[in-house]
Design a protein around this ligand. Structure first.
Ligand code: PMP
Length: 446
């Protein structure tokens, strides 16, 4: 087998590059090591998700204990396992607003597919089957399965895949830097976005819209933080038209923003909350869709008409990831991880602030342990997207792994990171930035 070629159909990758991917083989704390023995600070916690770092023994023990006791029992036909049931109770207990029930899946995508189906089922059970349409943001990311991919606005998720566009509507990205809102105050931007949103609903016909889905902070769309007051106004419109609100907390849930759920910080009152990633610190795949009382009552009512609720996966409530999730939540609470995030977040904010006004930087933004630096590639004579990639390559040379969305480099380190470790991470990033921007050779390569 030739060494250079990957036989894996690699997700979200440039498949035409027939070379060996960067292969990670070990992890410890906030660092990972690759097959060549080189260590890296992981600035993005795997995929925004390894919140407790790579060597939490309690999670390994929780998985092993459960594997020995009961390695699997599913949850169909009113038979389940004790761990899934206990985790559902834990989640209802910590939910940011009163929630009725919890549905388990395996990924953020399936959590959002489930939420979308539940919203439609809700309306159907209330005698309104025509309410099928889903509104999401043009810069929103909700996954890549058929429904979650259809709700995802990013063009490369759509191209070639024949996703459903008919029932999915795209609202303006609430990006304060959007050219159309340049020069506006925050409240003027919100007015402008609301007008656009109302028009979208009117054109679609409010009686055909089931739900609106949004991340509180839009992650993979470029770390977009909507202007102040955005969600409060939006929720008024949704309530007026009886459109359900799905908050996608797949990135923000379980501490990343400095509270257990961003729903609390942003004053949201969603009908459904979707979570995954940090629920198990990604040690095993599991997602949880938290369903509000009103919706869960309607799901029960609908299932009465049919005789059963026709949704669920073999691995819904799998006891091993559920045991890891219970242990993760216990650790997050015992160690007050959200409080820790609030304590160390100023280190990230200070590191990011130093980039304000830099030659090739258009914007800097952050919240909790989420940060982003948006480069202005044109300012150094480069094509859009190229500067972000060049800085990523330079950061890797300096032992730091990051991700870029276009020209926005994002930071989402493990939540256990210390202030000093953040300072070190930002020093490496700063050096990488100067490697690219100050070096004629690397500038050229960018
Ligand atoms: N929602 C959000 C906000 C996400 O960031 C992601 C993944 N990055 C997803 C959903 C999809 O999750 P998954 O990749 O586990 O399907």
């Amino acid at each position: 087998m030739p060494e250079a070629i990957s036989h894996m159909l690699e997700p979200h990758s440039a498949l035409y590059l027939d070379t060996r991917p960067h292969v990670i083989t070990e992890g410890s704390g906030i660092e990972v090591r690759d097959e060549d023995g080189q260590s890296f600070v992981d600035g993005v916690a795997g995929l925004w998700s390894v919140t407790l770092g790579y060597s939490e023994p309690r999670l390994v023990e929780a998985a092993t204990r459960q594997m020995n006791k009961l390695p699997f029992y599913g949850s169909f036909n009113h038979r389940t396992n004790d761990v899934a049931l206990a985790l559902a109770a834990d989640l209802v207990d910590i939910a940011p607003i009163p929630m009725g029930k919890v549905f388990f899946g395996n990924s953020g995508s399936d959590a959002n597919d489930s939420a979308i189906k539940f919203a439609r089922y809700y309306h159907w059970s209330q005698g309104r089957p025509e309410r099928r349409k889903i509104i999401s943001h043009s810069c929103g990311y909700h996954g890549t399965t058929l429904a979650a991919g259809s709700a995802t606005g990013l063009p490369h998720i759509h191209h070639g895949f024949g996703l459903d566009t008919g029932d999915f509507l795209s609202a303006h990205c609430p990006n304060p830097l959007h050219p159309s809102s340049r020069g506006m105050s925050e409240s003027e931007q919100v007015d402008w976005l609301m007008e656009d949103f109302e028009n979208l609903i009117e054109e679609a016909g409010p009686e055909t819209v089931a739900a609106f889905i949004s991340e509180p902070i839009l992650g993979a769309g470029g770390l977009i933080i909507p202007p102040a007051g955005y969600f409060a106004r939006l929720q008024e419109i949704l309530a007026r038209h009886d459109i359900l609100f799905i908050a996608d907390e797949v990135i923000t849930g379980y501490g990343r923003t400095g509270s257990m759920f961003a729903t609390t910080e942003f004053g949201l009152s969603p009908d459904i909350i979707t979570t995954a990633k940090g629920l198990s610190s990604s040690y095993l795949p599991i997602s949880a869709t938290l369903v509000g009382e009103r919706v869960s009552a309607a799901l029960a009512e609908g299932s009465k008409q049919i005789g059963t609720f026709g949704h669920g996966f073999t691995y819904s409530g799998h006891p091993v990831p559920a045991a890891v999730a219970r242990e993760t939540l216990a650790i997050v609470r015992e160690r007050d991880i959200p409080g820790h995030v609030r304590d160390v977040a100023p280190h990230l904010a200070r590191g990011l602030d130093k980039f304000r006004g830099s030659e090739a930087v258009r914007d800097v933004r952050g919240h909790g342990l989420l940060g982003g630096v948006e480069f202005d590639a044109a300012a150094v004579g480069r094509e859009p997207g190229q500067l972000g990639q060049a800085v990523l390559r330079a950061a890797k040379e300096r032992g730091l792994l990051l991700r870029a969305m276009g020209d926005t480099v994002v930071f989402a380190p493990p939540l256990i990171i210390t202030g000093e470790q953040i300072d070190d991470l930002m020093e490496r990033f700063t050096a990488a930035y100067h490697d690219v921007v100050d070096s004629p050779r690397l500038r050229q390569a960018a």
